[in-house]
Design a protein around this ligand. Structure first.
Ligand code: SF4
Length: 682
């Protein structure tokens, strides 16, 4: 298996079978208990318990709830030998109750616990960032000889575990986390996707040297950009070095809860699944673990149900050269038309064309609230930049920052040509007698069954017209590969007009819509494509979305809000998750596990309710001091459990307030934000 693509004199390495036809990446087959994984077996779904591992019955009962929800693997933390030993009681109780689902021990820092657990459960997870190395946040310069010595030290400490796994038929995940790279890796590779790959490869080389192959790998980060790049690089590296790939476990760490957790997870995991990558997935939500499973299933069912492939790609021409790097983020070069393109953050276009009569209060659903007393519009951080109203002109004065897109016949009647702009289909634009001097939106239906590459020669006529913004869509149910192909076509033809990504959902539930929008748009935005997004729903989904707003938790999402509000919030969440436009506070909260020292769900909700107006501030809420500080990645502030009833507060990686009482910890966090000019009064 080689993915070498020649581009001029540069060898551009691809990371999957195809960018235009859905095709699973074939990986080595591994066995976890009786479960086969990799080698094109269905993508397995899994989760992790949050109970205290020493509480056998609570852990057994939570594991059963996860299995009943559909988990095919369940992970349990083993922070020390005691918990590792108690895995035997948990396993025996599960077997007694008739459950044979493979169990995984989650190990950080403690090789002795791993060596006990590997004799009991079907799989162990080790973190190469802390299995042997102790993280001290130190920058040490290693000479080549010292570096080799360190690898030898790892070999000595890691080999006994490999031997036990071989003897007992136990599988292993080498699970790298962006937030917990060792000081040694950080000193040589920095905080990079390359460093994550090398961290895992060091362990994988040792395992292969021992002829042990029952291995899978993960490259998790709370930043989907880094996570996607790291998995792609890892595939490329394994292919180059071994000529084969080990199975991949996909996940976005500390994704948070509710809508944001789903959007962030789908942007990262969904982007990779679209390219046929991934053999098992875990969605890390700050919610009860059984609620993660329906989200996993919604992600996976987009590609296959009972071995039947669901994604149909239509007639998309193959990509012979890729004119961008899939391994580092670089936004496609465009020129600016008003506030769209070039260095402007991606705009949000809200589709209000299904609203029969738009009045001032309609705009509340897209971030504009009219105050009659002061005769002023209050504009939210997540306010749409453009609205599409179809044939409708509005009979009231609009907020200053908002512009309207309408069909050409309506635009011809509009008196305010600085506020209203026409949207044409490609043929209509060529023939139109009247066009805007400022912005003309031109719709392009990309590569469905009826179109071929030759149908797009007209693009050259529109190319670099300084008024034309392309609106790319596809009638294919999975539109992303068609749109990505069109972005490649634009780059190949050196067309630098800005582009709005149009994404329609045909799904029904809130979870399904969130996953669809986040996967389809996320996959493009993470590769630097798109100067704006416009999300829509077909008529049937639009009707359903008013009644079908339940998340997998059973909680109603955005109760009493219109479909337009749901869509507008989702659009801003996707831009935030892909780090292309920041419009709200970012929460990096761990999913909790047996190490957790406080009620994470309740505390996260409490912190969110006090700080959700702090646009752009990243706050981490982590359950334990052992992994929390490392895993909270690039958070600006951290709230970390450091003992029973005790919290330690961080600014970046620096401890600011140690072991304060949890009853005053949220207030102290607010004080810390104030002391550091990160607070604004509401
Ligand atoms: S940070 Fe959270 S999920 Fe990670 S080990 Fe600590 S408590 Fe468990």
């Amino acid at each position: 298996m080689t993915f070498a693509f020649q581009k001029q004199n540069i060898v551009m390495q691809l990371y999957c079978n195809s960018l235009t036809k859905y095709s699973r990446l074939k990986t080595r087959e591994i066995k976890i208990g009786d479960l086969l994984l990799g080698n094109l077996h269905p993508v397995r779904v899994q989760t992790m318990t949050t109970t205290d591992t020493m509480n056998t019955i609570a852990t057994v009962e939570q594991t059963i709830r996860c299995i009943e929800a559909g988990a095919e693997l369940v992970r349990i933390t083993a922070p020390s030998k005691n918990e590792a030993e108690n895995l035997l009681n948990i396993k025996n109780e599960l077997r007694k109750r008739g459950y044979t689902t493979p169990l995984i021990a989650d190990i950080h820092f403690t090789p002795n616990a791993a060596e006990v657990a590997a004799r009991i459960v079907e799989k162990v997870r080790v973190n190469p960032g802390n299995y042997v190395d102790k993280k001290k946040f130190e920058q040490i310069d290693y000479t080549d000889a010292e570096y080799v010595e360190e690898i030898e030290r790892i070999r000595e400490r890691f080999t006994p575990l490999i031997k036990i796994c071989k003897e007992y038929g136990t599988a292993m995940r080498i699970g790298t986390n962006h937030g917990s790279l060792s000081d040694r890796i950080m000193s040589r590779y920095g905080d990079t996707a390359n460093g994550m790959v090398e961290s895992a490869m060091e362990f994988l080389r040792i395992a292969r040297g021992e002829n042990y192959h029952n291995i899978l790998l993960s490259m998790k980060s709370s930043n989907p950009q880094v996570m996607v790049q790291a998995y792609r690089l890892l595939i490329q590296q394994m292919d180059a070095e071994f000529g084969e790939c080990y199975p991949l476990h996909l996940g976005v760490t500390e994704a948070g809860d509710g809508e944001d957790g789903r959007v962030k997870s789908a942007a990262g995991i969904g982007t990779l699944l679209e390219d046929g990558i991934g053999d098992t997935i875990r969605v890390s939500l700050t919610e009860d673990p059984e609620f993660e499973i329906p989200v996993c299933k919604d992600l996976v069912k987009r590609y296959a149900v009972d071995d039947k492939q669901l994604r149909v790609d239509g007639n998309i021409p193959a990509i012979e050269t890729i004119p961008y790097s899939p391994f580092e983020y670089k936004r496609r070069e465009t020129f600016a038309i008003d506030n769209i393109g070039a260095k402007h953050v991606p705009v949000v276009v809200a589709d209000l064309s299904k609203t029969k009569k738009i009045i001032p209060s309609t705009l509340e659903s897209v971030g504009y609230k009219y105050d009659e007393t002061s005769d002023k519009w209050n504009i939210a951080d997540a306010a749409a930049d453009y609205i599409f109203t179809g044939h409708q002109l509005l009979n009231f004065a609009l907020p200053g920052t908002l512009k309207v897109i309408v069909y050409p016949a309506a635009w011809a009647l509009a008196t305010d040509k600085e506020k209203y702009f026409p949207i044409f289909d490609a043929g209509g634009f060529a023939e139109a007698e009247q066009k805007s001097d400022a912005i003309n939106f031109v719709m392009i239906d990309c590569f469905n069954d009826e179109t071929s590459i030759n149908d797009f020669t007209y693009l050259d006529e529109l190319a670099n017209d300084k008024t034309v913004v392309f609106c790319l869509s596809s009638s294919n149910k999975h539109a992303m590969p068609s749109l990505r192909r069109m972005f490649v076509e634009l780059m190949n033809r050196k067309i630098n007009n800005p582009v709005i990504i149009n994404c329609d959902s045909h799904w029904q539930t809130a979870d399904e819509h969130l996953i669809h929008y986040s996967t389809e748009c996320g996959a493009l935005l993470l590769d630097g494509f798109g100067d704006g997004i416009c999300l829509g729903m077909n008529e049937e989904s639009y009707e359903l979305s008013t009644v079908n707003r339940k998340l997998s938790t059973g909680r109603t999402y955005l109760e009493n809000q219109t479909p337009e509000q749901f869509i507008n919030n989702t659009a801003f969440s996707i831009l935030q998750a892909t780090r292309t436009r920041i419009s709200k506070t970012e929460y990096i909260s761990c999913p909790s596990c047996g190490r957790t020292l406080f009620d994470l769900q309740e505390t996260t909700a409490k912190i969110r309710s006090r700080t959700n107006h702090l646009k752009g501030v990243k706050i981490a809420i982590m359950g334990c001091i052992v992994n929390g500080p490392g895993e909270m990645a690039d958070a600006d502030f951290g709230y970390v459990g450091s003992g029973v009833g005790k919290i330690t507060l961080y600014k970046g990686k620096e401890i600011m307030k140690k072991n304060i009482d949890s009853s005053i910890a949220v207030d102290e966090l607010i004080n810390l934000l104030k002391e550091n000019d990160a607070w604004i009064d509401v």
